[in-house]
Design a protein around this ligand. Sequence first.
Ligand code: C5P
Length: 223
Amino acid sequence: VTAPDLAGRHVVVSAGGTREPLDPVRFLGNRSSGKQGYALARTAAARGARVTLIEANTGLPDPAGVDIVRVGTAVQLREAVLKATADADAVVMAAAVADFRPADYAQGKIKKKDGQEPAPIALVRNPDILQEIGTERARPGQVIVGFAAETDDVLANGRAKLRRKGCDLLVVNEVGERKTFGAEENEAVILAADGGETPVPYGPKDALADAVWDLVVPALGSV
Ligand code: C5P
């Protein structure tokens, strides 16, 4: 039996990966499966929280007892996160958000033309949602958690990112082939703004999710 240490709390979790459309049939996307975010939503509900799960393109079955909001793009994800965050006690940004989106959207399918080089794809920046909610808190005492997938200098890059985004906790994992994306297991270090560093050994994504909530609970403002 899990302790209901999130009872009376509203937590928001984003999961999956955004898709940034080029035309009606194509998009720029990423390899996020959404499994870690769903594990966070499931475990929070098991610990008694009211959970808003904002999912982008996961195709995963709905977890029981969780409010689901479906989005496609980073801009839509931002709208949904800001709305749900207004009265949230904690927000965990597990979604992989595209940093850039195509500058133009073609209303009709982009065609290849004989003898012509392909046109380059111009990109524009997407809003950084985590940085926005981390640096401008919707309420005092709100706990903001980010994720970071790094390929090198994992901890140093993680520390810099934690500061830049203004979050309380940052879950850092090393990515590589067969690691993290789409897998059932994960391995990470949870960095805290107060200097804390909690390694979470290789194991199920639910165990990492519970390790995150274990650190969120004592950081929450009093009810
Ligand atoms: O900067 P980077 O993409 O590595 O940061 C990852 C963290 O920031 C994740 O928690 C992700 O959900 C969040 N993020 C965001 N908006 C973006 C890019 C990333 O909220 N545009």
